[in-house]
Design a protein around this ligand. Structure first.
Ligand code: C2E
Ligand code: MG
Ligand code: MG
Length: 581
C-alpha cells in the first residue's frame, strides 16, 4: 500500500513551539490543554502550572465582567475575537497583550477547542505613550504644547459658554532671552526656561492651564473667570513672580516678560480668534517697552499688521536707502547763534511716508539693525557736518544719538575713529548723545569705551537728563561735556514752580560740574526767556526750528538765521509738518 509522504518533516508540536507568539489551546469547556514555549517565556508559567486550569488564572483585575462577557459573546457569534487585554504573569506583574481567540469546530459545527494567540505589547504601548507625550508635551519644560493647549482651550470655551463665564488667554513672551542664549549659551538659556516654567506654574490656580509654545513663548488659560479684575491680578502676579533673580551656574539672571491678553467672549468666540488677538495684544505690549501687559482692543489687529509690515520692511530699508538724516539746530542762548545740530534719523517709507524714530527705533534695537543703522547715521552726520564746516561754518558741531546696543559694541571706538578719519571731521566737532540709563548700565568704573572715545577728542552729552536715575558720582567719573535737560521740564517751565526749581537745579548742577547745559524742546518765547534768566547755555526746539532735511538747514545757514525776534516770528508762523508723533 502506498503511503503518501508527510507534507512536512516537522511535527505540529515543533511548529507551535517555533512560533514567536504565545499560544494557549483549551477544550470546549475552556480548560487549558496545551501551551507553547513562547507562552512560557512570556508569562513565566510552565506547562504543568497551567494544563487543566481555566485561563481566568491570568486575570489582571483590570477588566470588568462585561468586558469578558462581550468577548465571549463575540466568539460565540463570529467564532473569533481580537483585542487588547491586560493579564497577569506568574510573578504577579501585569502586562498588556494583543490577543486573538478563535473557536475550533468539528464537522457538525460543535465547538471542540479554543485557540488563543497573543503577544506582549507592553513595550510597544509604552513607546506609543512616549510618542503621544511628545506630540502633546514640550520635552524641555514638560508643559503641554500648542496642540494640547488648543484642545483644552476649545473645551474651556464650550464650558464658559454653558456656564456664562469669562475666559482669559494670556500670551506671554520673555524679553531679551536671545541675549542670554547668545552670551551665556543655550544650556543656560534652556535652564532659565525651565525655571520660568516652574515659577509660572506656581502662580496658577487649580483648573488653569499653561503651555509652552516653543522658544520663549508661553500661554496661559484662565477658565471660569468672574471678573476682569481677577485676570489683571493674576497677570501682575505672574510678572511679579519673575522679578527675583534666577541663579544659574553662578550667573544672576534677571528676566522680564510681556503679556498680551484676550478675553472670551469679548475678544473672540473661538480658539483661533482668541489666540490671534492675544498675540496682537502681546505685540503691542512689546512695543510699549516690555515688562508690561496689554489687553486686546479692537483696532489692534490693523495696527499690528501695519507694525508687522514695518518690521519686515525695516530689514530692507537700509539697503534700499530709505533712511534720511534730519538736522535740528542747537543755539547759543546768549549770542543767538547756531552752534550745532542734532542728527535725527527718519525713515522715508515708500508707503507710509516720513516716519519718526519712535515708530521704528525699538524694532531696530530688537533686531540688531540699530548697529548698521547707527553707524550709517554717524557717517552721514559727520560727512554732512564736514561739508558745512568747509562751506564757511568751521565751528559747527554735530550731535549723534547712540543706542545702548551700539554703546556695548566692542568695536565702537574703532568705528568712530574710522568715520572721523574717513570724513576728516575734527573729533571735537562730534558729540555723542547717551541717555542716563545707558550710561548707568554700561559705564561702570571698569568700562574704558567712553574714556577711549574721549581720548580721541570726541565729546559726550547726556540726553533726556532728569528722566533717568543718575548717580552723581558716576556722572562725575563719566567724561561728559553737555547736559541736555529733558523736554518734560521745559514744557511747563513758566507755569510749574516745581519744574522751574528742577530746571534751576539742573543748570546749577551742570555749571558746578563745568558742563554746558542745553534745554531740549523749547517751544515758546516765555520758556526761552526763563532759560535766559537761569543762564542756561543752549537751546534746541520748535521755537527756532523742527528737525529739517539737510538742504533746508543749509538754506538756514546761508541766510545766517539767528535766535532773534524777527526769525522767531517767521519760524513761528511757518507751517511745518509735525513729525514727532
Ligand atoms: P532725542 O535725542 O531726545 O531727540 C529729540 C527729540 O525731540 C526729537 O524727536 C525732536 O524732534 C524732538 N523735539 C525737538 N524739539 C522739540 C520741541 O520743541 N517740541 C517737541 N514736542 N519735540 C521736540 P525725534 O526726532 O522724533 O527723535 C526721537 C528720539 O529718537 C530721539 O530723542 C532719540 O532718542 C531717538 N533717535 C533719533 N535719531 C536717532 C539715531 O540716529 N539713533 C538712535 N539710536 N536714536 C535716535
Ligand atoms: Mg538726542
Ligand atoms: Mg532728548
Amino acid at each position: 500500500m502506498d503511503t503518501a509522504p508527510p507534507l512536512l518533516a516537522v511535527s505540529g508540536r515543533e511548529i507551535i513551539d517555533s512560533i514567536r507568539e504565545g499560544i494557549i489551546i483549551t477544550d470546549a469547556e475552556g480548560l487549558i490543554q496545551a501551551v507553547n514555549t513562547c507562552f512560557c517565556s512570556l508569562t513565566g508559567f510552565s506547562p504543568e502550572d497551567v494544563i487543566g486550569q481555566n485561563p481566568r488564572i491570568f486575570k489582571s483585575g483590570k477588566h470588568t465582567k462585561s468586558f469578558y462577557d462581550r468577548m465571549w459573546k463575540t466568539i460565540a457569534d463570529r467564532g473569533f475575537w481580537k483585542g487588547e487585554i491586560w493579564n497577569r504573569r506568574k510573578d504577579g506583574s501585569i502586562y498588556l497583550e494583543s490577543r486573538t481567540i478563535s473557536a475550533i469546530r468539528d464537522n457538525e459545527g460543535t465547538i471542540t477547542n479554543y485557540i488563543g494567540i497573543f503577544s506582549d505589547i507592553s513595550k510597544q504601548k509604552k513607546a506609543e505613550e512616549t510618542i503621544r507625550h511628545l506630540a502633546f508635551y514640550d520635552p524641555l519644560t514638560n508643559l503641554p504644547n500648542r496642540a494640547l493647549f488648543r484642545d483644552r482651550l476649545k473645551q474651556a470655551i464650550n464650558q464658559a459658554e454653558r456656564n456664562k463665564k469669562l475666559l482669559a488667554v494670556l500670551f506671554l513672551d520673555l524679553d531679551r532671552v536671545k541675549i542670554i542664549n547668545d552670551t551665556l549659551g543655550h544650556d543656560i538659556g534652556d535652564r532659565l526656561l525651565v525655571g520660568v516654567a516652574r515659577r509660572l506654574e506656581e502662580c496658577l490656580r487649580e483648573g488653569d492651564s499653561i503651555a509652552r509654545l516653543g522658544g520663549d513663548e508661553f500661554i496661559v488659560l484662565l477658565p471660569g473667570v468672574n471678573q476682569m479684575d481677577d485676570v489683571v491680578k493674576l497677570t501682575e502676579k505672574i510678572l511679579g513672580s519673575l522679578k527675583p533673580a534666577f541663579n544659574l551656574d553662578g550667573h544672576e539672571l534677571f528676566i522680564t516678560a510681556s503679556v498680551g491678553i484676550s478675553i472670551y467672549p469679548h475678544d473672540g468666540e473661538d480658539a483661533n480668534t482668541l489666540l490671534r488677538n492675544a498675540d496682537s495684544a502681546l505685540y503691542r505690549a512689546k512695543g510699549q517697552g516690555r515688562n508690561n501687559y496689554q489687553l486686546f482692543t479692537r483696532g489692534m489687529e490693523t495696527e499690528v499688521l501695519e507694525q508687522l509690515e514695518l518690521t519686515n520692511s525695516l530689514r530692507r530699508a537700509l539697503d534700499r536707502d530709505e533712511f534720511v538724516v534730519y538736522y535740528q539746530p542747537q543755539l547759543n542762548i546768549e549770542s543767538g547763534e547756531i552752534v550745532g545740530i542734532e542728527a535725527l534719523v527718519r525713515w522715508q517709507h515708500p508707503e507710509f511716508g516720513v516716519l519718526p524714530p519712535k515708530r521704528f527705533i525699538h524694532w531696530a534695537e530688537d533686531t540688531g539693525l540699530i548697529i548698521p543703522l547707527g553707524e550709517w547715521v554717524l557717517k552721514q552726520a559727520c560727512e554732512q557736518n564736514r561739508k558745512w564746516q568747509m562751506a564757511g561754518h568751521p565751528r559747527l558741531r554735530v550731535a549723534v544719538n547712540l543706542s545702548a546696543l551700539q554703546f556695548r559694541q566692542k568695536n565702537l571706538v574703532s568705528t568712530v575713529e574710522k568715520v572721523l578719519a574717513d570724513t576728516n571731521l575734527p573729533p571735537d566737532s562730534l558729540e555723542l548723545e547717551l541717555t542716563e540709563t545707558v550710561i548707568m548700565e554700561n559705564a561702570g568704573p571698569s568700562t574704558s569705551v567712553p574714556h577711549s572715545l574721549r581720548a580721541l577728542g570726541v565729546r559726550f552729552s547726556i540726553d533726556d537728563f532728569g528722566t533717568g536715575y543718575s548717580s552723581l558720582s558716576y556722572l562725575k567719573r563719566f567724561p561728559v561735556n553737555t547736559l541736555k535737560m529733558d523736554r518734560s521740564f521745559i514744557q511747563d517751565l513758566t507755569t510749574s514752580t516745581d519744574d522751574l526749581a528742577i530746571a534751576t537745579a539742573v543748570v546749577t548742577l551742570g555749571h558746578g560740574l563745568n558742563l554746558t547745559v542745553l534745554a531740549e524742546g523749547v517751544e515758546t518765547e516765555g520758556q526761552l526767556e526763563t532759560l535766559k534768566n537761569l543762564k542756561c547755555d543752549r537751546m534746541q526746539g520748535f521755537l527756532f526750528s523742527e528737525p529739517i532735511p539737510a538742504s533746508d538747514f543749509e538754506e538756514m545757514l546761508n541766510e545766517n538765521r539767528r535766535l532773534d525776534e524777527a526769525t522767531l516770528f517767521s519760524a513761528h508762523h511757518k507751517h511745518i509738518p509735525n513729525l514727532t508723533n
